[in-house]
Design a protein around this ligand. Sequence first.
Ligand SMILES: Nc1ncnc2c1ncn2[C@@H]1O[C@H](COP(=O)(O)OP(=O)(O)OP(=O)(O)O)[C@@H](O)[C@H]1O
Ligand SMILES: [Mg+2]
Length: 215
Amino acid sequence: MQAEFVTFEGLDGSGKSTHMRRATEWLQAAGVAPQVTREPGGTAIGRAIRDVFLDPRWGEVDGRVETLLIFASRRQLLAEVIEPALERGQHVLCDRFTDSTLVYQGAGRGVDREVILQVDKLATGGRRPDRTLLFDLPPELAQSRGQSLKRASRPRGIDRLDSENLEFYRRVREAYLELAREESDRFILIDSSGEIADTERQVRAALADLVPESP
Ligand SMILES: Nc1ncnc2c1ncn2[C@@H]1O[C@H](COP(=O)(O)OP(=O)(O)OP(=O)(O)O)[C@@H](O)[C@H]1O
Ligand SMILES: [Mg+2]
């Protein structure tokens, strides 16, 4: 099969990283070695942009500034990591992509959708993943999972985006679900509200055809 560009999307704490890690191990055990990457970041300059992006020192950052920063990182990731992997015939698993900007900067922060799409055209030519797993769960649950995780790993504090309120995350979730309705061929909805094993079963079903032996 053609190498596929697969993205994992969802709220902070929805389980993207957990299931990227598990899916990668599962695919590797089945003899498939995906290129794994994440946004913002995934390249040297992308990691520098990520550090700027998440730094709480800037206070209120204009939504268009966030959009430009994120698409600068995305352009580099596409050119340096994603496209070369696909050309080699390697599947790509990417933690977040343009859908995150549409819902966080767009629905969340109120940046005009047309502005985002213009920058997207410039940065990626409007490239969309081949399939997108959307980890869906109530924002209250995502927040409590995410925060307990961050307290454990970074006891000194929370980054800028963690301090957004619940109302923001409700808008982001609704916007994700709306995108999934608009592009129902690309999106696979994963119910991430239950046990990890239950979510993992859904992820494996969503990726089963990437394993050559499977029917
Ligand atoms: N069904 C589930 N799927 C995934 N994670 C779960 C589930 N139930 C509980 N968890 C816990 O929730 C947390 C999910 O965090 P994870 O870092 O995977 O989310 P994330 O979507 O990558 O968040 P972020 O956007 O902040 O990076 C983990 O601590 C995990 O153990
Ligand atoms: Mg993560």
